[in-house]
Unconditional design. Structure first.
Length: 381
């Protein structure tokens, strides 16, 4: 699970509740690795169809799924909605199929110009010089609608010549309040009793900047020894590097790796934490800080998190100068640790903001309005 997967699920579930028939087409990969998953299953009224990827990690990042070529033709669709703007075979074939068969196409790219940092070598060249400037861009231009999470993302597409761009925003689930007994069990399990807790809740990969949080720990511990960094999330092949960094900096005892957490466990982790950190090298309105605000936690982000400029103010959190500014991270964390009333006020202000602005029903209303406009146009044609 990640931000995009959660978004697709939330859209689909609510559209089913409104009377739509929804089929989600995806692969059999979890964390870009094949898993034994049903080829078809019904999930909360959503038909899920999975097509196996044929190339092993790391080439699985291209999402090559030959079975999709035959399988897609068996799915009747009035609208095709693609959630990606990456040179995946999977999503791009679906988009080209829709255009070829004149099925209205909606794109939710969830894009950031620095995204090619997820690739290395020839794949990075393909992403930045061919896909973004030609093939992918042409797909966006031919779509009936392109939806953006935030206004700065929408402006990026418009500057590239993409029309029919609208900002739809993002929704949030309600917070889950756990009984104190469950919270104490969680603290005991991970050795957090009696400690202040900084939390990183994201996939464990280079671009999320977890290494910079670890680099900040010696400075934090020197001035505030009773603190631990909780690193929660699925390992994307980077945990070993982070553990070596912990040993090198002699902070192994102060950094706790939980591994991948179930959704409810992740919410429990947020509830027991004190400060949320995400010094990411790129992200587009990630769920992590929004969910942290939902639990009234202050956030510390990097300026490379697209959307933070609309959300992080002196009243809701702190933005450091750059992802690798570990000294700035340390100073920001210490400021909040030594001034708990300031941290509490930031968390409460963030809570009010997300409750006001991030509502799934409101977001699905916008998506449904787009679908209805497309359907009306098709009937007129």
């Amino acid at each position: 699970m990640g931000g995009t997967e959660n978004e697709v699920y939330q859209y689909s579930r609510r559209l089913v509740e409104r009377g739509y028939e929804v089929t989600v087409v995806t692969s059999n990969l979890v964390g870009f690795r094949p898993r034994e998953l049903p080829r078809e299953e019904m999930m909360d009224g959503i038909m899920v169809k999975r097509f196996p990827a044929v190339f092993p990690y790391p080439f699985s990042k291209l999402l090559i799924t030959p079975a999709l070529v035959r399988g897609l033709s068996s799915i009747e669709a009035d609208i095709v909605h693609v959630f990606s703007f990456i040179p995946h075979f999977f999503t791009n074939y679906v988009a080209l199929y829709a255009l070829h068969h004149r099925i209205p196409l909606v794109f939710t790219p969830i894009y950031h110009p620095a995204r090619q940092t997820v690739y290395r070598g020839p794949l990075a060249f393909l992403q930045s010089n061919i896909y973004e400037k030609w093939l992918g861009l042409e797909l966006l231009k031919k779509a009936e609608y392109v939806t953006a999470l935030i206004s700065s993302e929408a402006q990026y597409y418009k500057e590239k010549g993409v029309k029919n761009v609208c900002v739809k925003g993002l929704g949030l689930d309600d917070e889950i309040v756990f009984p104190s007994q469950k919270l104490e069990e969680f603290k005991r399990k991970y050795g957090l009793e009696g400690w202040k807790v900084l939390i990183s809740l994201c996939r464990i990969e280079w671009r999320k900047g977890i290494q910079h949080m670890i680099e900040a720990m010696p400075d934090i511990l020197e001035k505030y020894p009773r603190v631990k960094l909780l690193v929660a999330g699925e390992d994307m092949g980077y945990r070993g590097e982070l553990e070596r960094l912990c040993q090198e900096l002699k902070v192994t005892e102060s950094v706790v790796f939980t591994g991948d957490l179930q959704r409810r466990q992740a919410h429990c982790a947020l509830q027991v934490s004190d400060i949320f950190l995400l010094p990411s090298h790129y992200d587009v309105l990630p769920l992590g800080p929004l969910e942290a605000w939902l639990y009234k936690k202050p956030v510390i982000l990097s300026p490379n998190v697209w959307g933070q400029e609309d959300l992080v103010t002196p009243e809701t959190g702190i933005t450091v100068k750059a992802p690798e500014d570990y000294l700035g991270l340390a100073d920001a964390a210490l400021d909040l640790l030594f001034h708990p009333k300031k941290a509490q006020a930031m968390g409460e202000n963030g809570y009010r903001m997300v409750k006001e602005r991030f509502n799934w029903d409101r977001v699905v209303d916008r998506i449904e309005e787009i679908y209805q406009i497309i359907e009306a146009k098709r009937k007129n044609r």
